[in-house]
Design a protein around this ligand. Structure first.
Ligand SMILES: NC(=O)c1ccc[n+]([C@@H]2O[C@H](COP(=O)([O-])OP(=O)(O)OC[C@H]3O[C@@H](n4cnc5c(N)ncnc54)[C@H](O)[C@@H]3O)[C@@H](O)[C@H]2O)c1
Length: 477
């Protein structure tokens, strides 16, 4: 297949646009692997022969009845599955402490008044099961209690990550899952994305020999960092979880999955370098909406990010609107104006750069970096094997076999999975829901890519990384 044929392809053009963005023209880590490592090769064979990717509608005997607990961004995402595939999932109950959020999803699914709950405790107060499963999409520090209560009553659980803010609570949930024999699927959505599934399958096929080391990077993207980890809900580690779990527990899980050996030790470093008061330019007001004199030269300007670029609008309860005046009024509304705060005048403490080196079984090493200051998000991965090498950017990856020296390319076009493109996290969001529903329907956790044991293991890695970052010492896992 000629490189120019790929470049004509819609998905690649879209990927290239997103990836090249501000960095266009400069070869480097943010260009696609095609552009950076294969620019001069004439023919690129596609990776073939992988297991076909199944469509997203589930094979279930009857719709699985769920209660959505936490009707914010993630609750809306998972309930969206029921809209698209009503034969697989039925939303029969909702819970949120915010009336308008609870009713937004409740109205969509005609949930009766007695199944619309406020605090999650109301869901469990009657002491019996009201559905087959619950989706727990509350903030990080409010996963433990509803999960333990749901398991005690016999619900299966789709549990948002991070599982819980402490190692002890994570282990309690693991114990309770075993004790009750229920199904708990932790929302490690990347595992369910066709890209990572294919990457893992290629590694497991042995084509690159034994994996010896991995470089994995999570570029957060500067505006996403400002939104979630400086102004937003995850800005304070003590109120949620350390960023290595809040943002990167997916990545630790992916590394554990691909390497397929337990992590033995971890050493980490990183700090909050930029988003703090001492870096505020002179005269910057507390909120960007108060006529900041530095607005034009500040890439973190909230007015620009939300009203003009229209990014991260999910927190403003706009019910689908993208009207700039409405967004501006939200930025001035005390319920939402934390998002208008100057990035140098927030009460944040999460690091804006983080590195972790890990040693796995058989001496396999992995280095991970999480960086706020990048033009794009996603992931970048380089896998070094004894017989070959893989480089990928979460949209496509290139496999080079040292014997043939011929690179092979995988992307969504080659995998022929257009419907996955409509679901978040590279298609992982909906595929996770589908597998969870099938697991519940058959009462078989084997339908899930990640068992609760392995999910907890990668969380334990995150807690060890954070201990190491704070102590400056290498930590055993
Ligand atoms: N899997 C992923 O990739 C992914 C991505 C983003 C967020 N998350 C995780 O998903 C969870 C939810 O994140 P979000 O972005 O949807 O947050 P959100 O703030 O948009 O939604 C959380 C909702 O929970 C509600 N809530 C708070 N306390 C409650 C209580 N006691 N009872 C019932 N409802 C309550 C809030 O009012 C809010 O509507 C977090 O743990 C987050 O870290 C996971």
């Amino acid at each position: 297949m000629k490189r120019r044929d790929f470049l004509k392809g819609v998905s690649l053009a879209a990927a290239g646009g997103a990836l090249m963005g501000p960095a266009a023209g400069a070869a480097g880590f943010f260009d696609s692997p095609l552009a950076s490592s294969l620019a001069d090769s004439g023919n690129i064979e596609p990776v073939r022969g992988l297991a076909p990717v199944r469509p997203l509608d589930p094979v279930v005997s009857k719709p699985v009845k769920v209660i959505i607990i936490g009707c914010g961004n993630r609750g809306r995402t998972y309930s969206g599955y029921a809209e698209r595939y009503p034969a697989g999932m039925q939303v029969v109950g909702v819970s949120d402490i915010l009336e308008h959020r609870k009713n937004y999803i409740g109205d969509k699914f005609n949930v009766p008044a007695d199944m619309r709950f406020g605090h999650f405790r109301e869901v469990f107060a009657c002491g019996k099961k009201l559905a087959d499963a619950v989706v727990i999409a509350t903030p990080d520090d409010r996963h433990y209690e509803p999960c333990m209560k749901a398991l005690a009553l016999g619900y299966d659980v789709l549990l948002e990550k991070p599982v819980a803010p402490s190692e002890k609570e994570c282990k309690d949930i693991l114990k309770m899952t075993k004790k009750t024999g229920r199904i708990v699927a932790v929302c490690h959505v990347l595992r369910y994305a066709p890209y990572f599934m294919a990457l893992n399958e290629v590694v497991k096929s042995g084509v690159i020999g034994d994996v010896v080391s991995i470089q994995h990077m999570e570029p957060i993207q500067y505006a996403h960092m400002a939104h979630s980890y400086v102004r937003g809900n995850w800005r304070r580690a003590g109120d949620t979880t350390p960023i290595i779990l809040a943002k990167s527990c997916h990545d630790l899980d992916i590394l554990r999955w691909i390497i397929d050996k337990p992590c033995k030790s971890i050493s980490a470093d990183g700090s909050l370098r930029f988003f703090k008061a001492e870096n505020a330019p002179e005269g910057a007001p507390l909120h960007c909406t108060e006529g900041c004199p530095h607005q034009k030269e500040c890439p973190y300007d909230a007015v620009e990010i939300y009203t003009r670029l229209k990014q991260h609008l999910g927190v403003f309860d706009l019910q689908g609107s993208r009207d700039s005046d409405l967004i501006m009024s939200r930025l001035k509304d005390p319920r939402y104006d934390s998002y208008a705060r100057c990035v140098f005048h927030c009460d944040n403490d999460q690091p804006d750069h983080y590195v972790a080196n890990m040693v796995f079984g058989d001496g396999v090493t992995a280095s991970f970096t999480m960086d706020a200051f990048t033009p794009v998000g996603g992931r970048r991965t380089r896998i070094m094997g004894t017989m070959g090498y893989i480089e990928g950017d979460m949209k496509e990856f290139v496999v080079t076999d040292f014997l043939t020296r011929k690179p092979k390319l995988w992307n969504m076009e080659i995998a022929e999975v257009p419907e996955y493109a409509k679901s978040g996290h590279g298609g992982g969001d909906y595929r996770l829901v589908r597998d969870f529903l099938e697991a519940v329907d058959r009462q078989d956790p084997g339908h899930l890519s990640s068992s609760i044991d392995v999910s907890i293991e990668s969380h334990v890695m995150g807690f060890a990384a954070e201990r190491s970052r704070r102590s400056g010492k290498k930590e055993k896992v």
